[in-house]
Ligand binder design. Structure first.
Ligand code: ZN
Length: 219
């Protein structure tokens, strides 16, 4: 699970650090365009229309998170989406839905995957979910929670891996995100986090293989 970001500055400098080598290729002109695109989004009438209950991932069930646990945005036009962050709830599917619906929780993910592979969508992908505890990462990523506990490998069922892999493959295909460990990361790998999920029992090799297999099949 995530905790509310501690207000890291929304600056190009910080973004440059996170992007690493990519920035050298992009150059300052691209970064300036990036900032301009965000300025455009702030003009009235630039927001996309949204419909209650509309889904980004076919087959998911819509159940909305509390409004306080995410921020309205217009991704990928205002922020590029280039990361998927994998979480483990440290609790049940029902617990995740309950806390994400609690406005006092201050955090929620876009998706929650149940042990039987069922997927709930709680926040639209165009919006910024507070799941990674890092503002830059929240703005550039989709967060996926998984039912279970990090110290219980039996919680990570074949059905859950498969359902989650189909979801991640779908996200990667829609935004052109490479299926690799640089772009599909654990919450533990987010800069500045004190969270350990998905933990040592999450089988990354298996997961990436399943995502690649799902990527080959039409959604
Ligand atoms: Zn987490």
């Amino acid at each position: 699970m995530g905790s509310r970001g501690s207000g890291s500055d929304r600056r190009v400098g910080r973004r440059a650090v996170l992007l690493g080598g990519g920035v050298a290729v992009l150059g300052t002109a691209a970064l300036a365009r990036d900032e301009l695109a965000r300025a455009w989004w702030r003009l009235p009438g630039m927001e996309k229309k949204r419909v209650e209950g509309e889904l980004d991932h076919k087959g998911a069930e819509w159940t909305s998170a509390a409004r306080a646990n995410w921020r309205r945005a217009d991704r990928p036009d205002d922020y590029v989406i280039d990361r998927v962050v994998i979480h483990v709830v440290q609790g049940s599917y029902a617990t995740a839905l309950k806390v994400f619906k609690n406005p006092g929780h201050g955090a929620a993910a876009h998706y929650v995957v149940r042990k039987d592979g069922h997927v709930a969508q709680m926040i639209r992908e165009l919006d910024v979910a507070f799941h990674a505890g890092n503002r830059d990462m929240n703005e550039r990523s989709i967060g996926i929670e998984h039912e279970g506990f990090v110290d219980r490998p039996q919680d990570f069922t074949a059905e859950m891996y498969a359902g989650s892999a189909r979801l991640t493959a779908d996200i990667c295909a829609r935004y052109g995100i490479p299926v690799d460990r640089e772009h599909i990361i654990g919450h533990v790998e987010v800069e500045g986090t004190d969270h350990t999920d998905p933990g040592p029992h999450w089988d990354w090799d298996r997961y990436l293989r399943l995502v690649r297999e799902a990527s080959k099949k039409p959604v």
